[in-house]
Design a protein around this ligand. Structure first.
Ligand code: ATP
Ligand code: MG
Length: 416
């Protein structure tokens, strides 16, 4: 017996409707904002991520699925969606097209992490990227897309926002952080010692309890913003207020890369503890240039689909399931089952979900099966019904039955 790899999951046929629902709502939401789908490969050249995600991030230093292909190229399974989207944007010349360029993706992502609830090695993201617009209104629009999605899914979350400034004001802040952490270096976790040297901003992102404690009194980026960055942040807040989106400021939210700029945000569910961040994003005005394109401002976010589903489950959201058969047609004997087969084919041509017996079971056993699969109606054809050209149709919710002529089947079930 070969088992599933650690940190991966099957989505079984009985559960896939939940995924289709979340993905469907995500697609509809994107459409409302004029955001179109982009599909990029599952693997890319490793260098795209080392440059596009950043050499000092956990993702690049510890979490990537990297291998040499048979042509001796270094290939990596995508750990996130933004780098591929930027590559496609530059490579396909979209930079010269209609601006801003707005795109979304639904993609698997791969990270070699310690698997736990809401943390997998293969997971899935719905992400949105908007390229070409520099104003805070666009940051607000990105946040609004995520907010509408979460509201439509019935998910209760808190929105936290922060600004990490621009390279100029951040340099001063990094200096202040270094001074603050200097007396604490020995108490920091192993990773944070490196962060202290290479990228002090990332210290604020640490999940270790002890580091979190020290971080609590660290200086705040918002106190170091230059005038332009401060105005940008104020404008964002005004737009969010105008749109009626509640937020809190959390100075610990960072995206510790040089090409991330200004706005960063997270939507956090209070119901799933440590893995509560269902959606995260921000502005990254330096990334497109970093990956070889003309300087182009950009903002985006990604939501983890597994985490969305966990939160929905925990908060008792009822996910509509339209996988269920409208009618199961049961036949008493071989001749009746042949009629059931013909009727079912006719119903499906008219878009009615119809199922029949494939196991040569008794009518009683067919009923049991119909109940198991959640069929809304069961139509029973016995010898008498076959002779009379009609079936006895039972509504499985109310338990009521009535006689329906075969000739009326399509009309009868069309809107059920
Ligand atoms: P975390 O802090 O939880 O590790 P992250 O900062 O690494 O998250 P991002 O790279 O911003 O996450 O990815 C965006 C979203 O993707 C996250 O908010 C989360 O919902 C989801 N996500 C990230 N990593 C995983 C994972 N290993 N398993 C499941 N979902 C994930
Ligand atoms: Mg992570």
């Amino acid at each position: 017996m070969i088992n599933i790899p650690k940190g991966t999951k099957d989505v079984l046929p009985a559960d896939s409707y939940k995924w289709q629902y979340v993905e469907g709502v995500a697609r509809e939401t994107a459409k409302l904002f004029g955001v179109k789908e982009l599909r990029t490969p599952t693997f890319e050249h490793t260098e795209l991520f080392s440059r596009g995600v950043g050499d000092t991030t956990d993702i690049v230093t510890k979490e990537m699925y990297t291998f040499k292909d048979k042509g001796d190229r270094s290939i990596t399974l995508k750990p996130e969606g933004t780098a591929g989207a930027v590559r496609a944007f530059i490579e396909n010349g979209l930079i010269g097209g209609a601006m801003p360029a707005k795109m979304y993706y639904i993609t698997p992502a791969f990270r070699y992490e310690r698997p736990q609830a809401g943390r997998l090695r293969e997971f899935h993201q719905f992400g949105v990227e908007i390229f070409g617009a520099k104003g805070a209104q666009t940051d607000a629009e990105a946040i609004l897309i995520a907010d509408s999605l979460l509201k439509k899914l019935g998910i209760n979350v808190k929105l936290y926002i922060n600004s990490i400034g621009c390279p100029t004001c951040r340099a001063k802040y990094n200096q202040a952080l270094k001074e603050f952490f200097a007396p604490h270096v020995e108490e920091l976790c192993y990773d944070c010692k490196t962060r202290y040297e290479k990228n002090p901003l990332r210290l604020l992102d640490c999940k270790e309890e002890n580091c979190k404690k020290i971080n609590a009194s660290a200086p705040k980026m918002l106190d170091y913003l230059c005038e332009e960055c401060a105005t940008h942040f104020e404008t964002l807040k005004t737009h969010l207020q105008n749109a009626g989106v509640a937020y809190e400021i959390d100075s610990r939210i960072v995206r510790g890369l040089d090409y991330y700029t200004r706005t960063v945000f997270e939507f956090v569910s209070t119901s799933i503890g440590a893995q509560g961040t269902v959606c995260a994003g921000g502005r990254y005005d330096g990334l497109i240039e970093q990956l070889g394109g003309n300087p182009t401002p950009a903002v985006g976010f990604a939501a983890g689909i597994e985490r969305l589903l966990i939160v929905m489950e925990q908060s008792g959201v009822e996910i509509p399931n339209d996988d269920k058969a409208t009618v199961y047609i049961a036949g008493m004997d071989a001749e009746c089952r042949d009629k059931a087969f013909a009727l079912a084919s006719q119903l499906r041509l008219s878009g009615v979900k119809a199922e029949i017996d494939h196991m040569e079971r008794s009518v009683k056993a067919q009923f049991k099966y119909a109940d198991k699969i959640g069929a809304k109606y069961v139509a029973v054809i016995g010898g008498n019904e076959l002779a009379d050209g009609k079936a006895n149709v039972k509504n499985m919710t109310t338990g009521e039955s009535e006689s329906v002529a075969f000739a009326d089947f399509v009309a009868y079930f069309a809107n059920k």
